[in-house]
Design a protein around this ligand. Structure first.
Ligand code: SF4
Ligand code: SF4
Length: 224
């Protein structure tokens, strides 16, 4: 029998909603049962010294920091081939005043899966891509999924929508429900914030209106 990938999920975040979303996906886990072995899915006891060795893909949900957590994550890093960070977008971090980047900046992560909000579709999509297709997916903006779904473009109608500069993966959830994207999943890596600003100015939005919207998203420093 071919070797199965040994997967572990450690939740270091207080927000259990995302854990429930994953634990509510038995079908998706069973669908991958031929190639993965889910070794662990739990909230660790931080002082626990027993991190299993030889894990292939380890997902760690990160929120509040502590020295114990940092030590624990270092142990996970040592014992796993691939360490994936599941973390809030900059928007959520800025709004909650939480900056995980500082306390774990010296830990190497191999990839990132957004956790605010966590999308089980995105999580399993990631697993499929890395374990089956073997190719990482390029990062797409929300617009990509919005247009695939055939939604009418709000920006073309002169309304503010952050879809072009926001990291996709939510299946354009807000557009599905008739609302503009407000950027909760964070800024796309090569986001063209200035282009969006120019476009909005052409639609007669003032600099201060645009700035106000971008500030809400903590994106304002990218528009200058
Ligand atoms: S700007 Fe907004 S409405 Fe238009 S395609 Fe992008 S996400 Fe969809
Ligand atoms: S605000 Fe944008 S990124 Fe967040 S769920 Fe809505 S469409 Fe997706």
């Amino acid at each position: 029998m071919p070797k199965k990938y040994r997967i572990a999920i450690f939740s270091c975040a207080s927000l259990k909603n995302s854990d429930f979303k994953l634990s509510n996906c038995p079908k998706e886990f069973f669908g991958l049962a031929k190639i993965i072995e889910l070794r662990t899915f739990y909230w660790p006891n931080w002082s626990d010294s027993g991190v299993e060795q030889g894990l292939d893909w380890v997902f760690v949900r990160i929120k509040k920091n502590s020295a114990e957590k940092l030590d624990f994550i270092k142990k996970i890093r040592k014992n796993s081939k691939h360490l994936i960070k599941m973390e809030n977008s900059d928007f959520c971090n800025n709004k909650t005043g939480f900056k995980s980047k500082n306390w774990i900046k010296n830990i190497r992560f191999d990839a990132f899966v957004p956790d605010c909000p966590l999308s089980a579709y995105e999580f399993f999509g990631f697993l499929h891509r890395v374990l089956i297709d073997k190719k990482p997916d390029g990062e797409n903006p929300v617009c990509y999924e919005c247009q695939l779904a055939g939604h009418e473009c709000l920006l073309k109608k002169g309304k503010i929508c952050f879809g072009p500069i926001t990291r996709g993966g939510c299946k354009a959830f807000c557009l599905q429900h008739g609302r503009a994207c407000w950027g909760c999943r964070g800024l796309l890596e090569d986001a063209q914030v200035k282009n969006l600003t120019v476009k909005l100015k052409k639609e007669n939005y003032s600099q201060s209106q645009i700035k106000k919207h971008l500030t809400t998203m903590s994106f304002s420093n990218k528009s200058d």
